[in-house]
Structure formats: C-alpha cells, structure tokens
Design a protein around this ligand. Structure first.
Ligand SMILES: Cc1cc2nc3c(=O)[nH]c(=O)nc-3n(C[C@H](O)[C@H](O)[C@H](O)COP(=O)(O)O)c2cc1C
Length: 185
C-alpha cells in the first residue's frame, strides 16, 4: 500500500474537554487508510508579533514546518462570537508568514465547524472561507459540514455516541481523502 498522506488537523479550541478536539479525534479514527491525521493543539503558539519576524520564536518555526510537510490541512473549529476563536486566527497568522511564503500555500483545505448550539458554528466556517483563499491551496466546497448539537454527542470516555454524527463525519472525511488525493498527484 502507498504511504498515507499526512494531514495536519488544526483544532480551534484549547479547552481540555473540547468537543472540537473530540470530533478531531473521532475523525482520526474514521479516516480511510490513504490519510494519516495528525491532531495538533494550538496551545503554546506564541502571539503573532510582526516585530519578531526577523527572529521568529522556535514554536512558530516548528508550526510552519509541520504545515509545510503536510499533504493537507483540516480545520476543525468551534465558533466564538460569530467568528473563529483567537487561538486559531493567531495560528493562521503565524503560518501565513513570511509574506508570500505562507506555509498553507498549495495545501488542500477542509473545514469543519461545530457547536453545542443550533447553528453548528456556520459563521466560523464562513469566516475561514474568507480568510484562507489568499494564503492556502484549494478549499473543499462540497460537502459542507456545520455540526450542531454536539454537546451530547460523546460518551464519558469521549467516544462518539451519536450514529448520525458518525455518518456525516465519515462522508466528509472520505470526500476530503479523495480531494487530497487529487491535489497530491
Ligand atoms: C467566548 C465565547 C464565545 C462563543 N460564541 C459562540 C457563538 O458565536 N456561536 C456558538 O454557536 N457558540 C458560541 N460559544 C459556545 C461554544 O460553541 C461552546 O463553548 C463550545 O463548547 C466551544 O467549543 P469546544 O467545546 O471545542 O471548546 C461561545 C463560547 C465562548 C467561550
């Protein structure tokens, strides 16, 4: 079998019991053999500061290298105040520099938003669709995925307990795998 494509999964919440993290971990298990998902915490990425661009901190360099070495980037994010959380925007800003040399360039992108509420974090997903085109590769447009009501989707061990949710995640990760294949030929 061919070596699986290494996919960086950026988790937009650093909360320990984050539903977003649980969704990312569930995706890692559902992914087909052609993908290997590396679920990355954004904890510990220093604030972007343009003054540091000539001598970037080690954590920026490590983060950029991880993205550069990947075959694609999957964003899994909650919504904060109708947008993406600050930790995720900070990581995107770090990865987008130096100017014109974004680490995300050429990487096939997937976007999954979620919320315990009824709207599934759709505004966060839409904001990512605004932010990324200038600094990334192609963004998977179909299927769209905005997961609502995730508050009761996991059992006490953090495993996915809602069959319907498992099904949509499976459909999405299979579509994303095909998209990654197409853009890594
Ligand atoms: C600062 C803040 C703003 C929030 N704004 C929204 C929002 O705009 N839309 C929404 O659906 N949920 C909102 N929430 C609720 C989050 O969806 C909820 O806290 C969720 O569990 C966060 O994701 P996590 O479980 O992965 O940490 C907000 C939560 C916080 C802390």
């Amino acid at each position: 079998m061919a070596t699986p494509h290494n996919i960086v999964v950026l988790v937009g919440s650093i909360r320990k019991e984050s539903f977003t993290l649980k969704i990312a971990n569930a995706l890692a298990k559902l992914a087909p053999d052609t993908l290997k998902l590396d679920v990355v915490s954004l904890h510990g990425i220093s604030f972007f500061d343009q003054d540091l661009e000539t001598t970037p901190p080690a954590d920026w360099l490590a983060f950029r290298e991880k993205i550069q070495k990947s075959a694609g980037v999957l964003f899994v994010t909650p919504e904060y105040n109708r947008s993406i959380p600050g930790v995720l925007k900070n990581a995107i800003d770090v990865g987008s520099r130096p100017s014109g040399k974004s680490s995300f360039l050429g990487k096939p992108i997937g976007i999954i938003s979620n919320s315990p509420g009824p709207l599934g974090g759709v505004s966060a997903a839409k904001h990512l669709q605004n932010i990324l085109p200038g600094i990334s590769g192609p963004i998977l447009g179909q299927p769209e995925i905005y997961l609502n009501g995730v508050g009761d989707a996991f059992d006490e061990k953090g495993h996915l307990a809602k069959e319907g949710l498992q099904k949509v995640l499976q459909q999405y990760i299979d579509a994303y795998a095909a998209f990654v294949d197409k853009h890594n030929k």
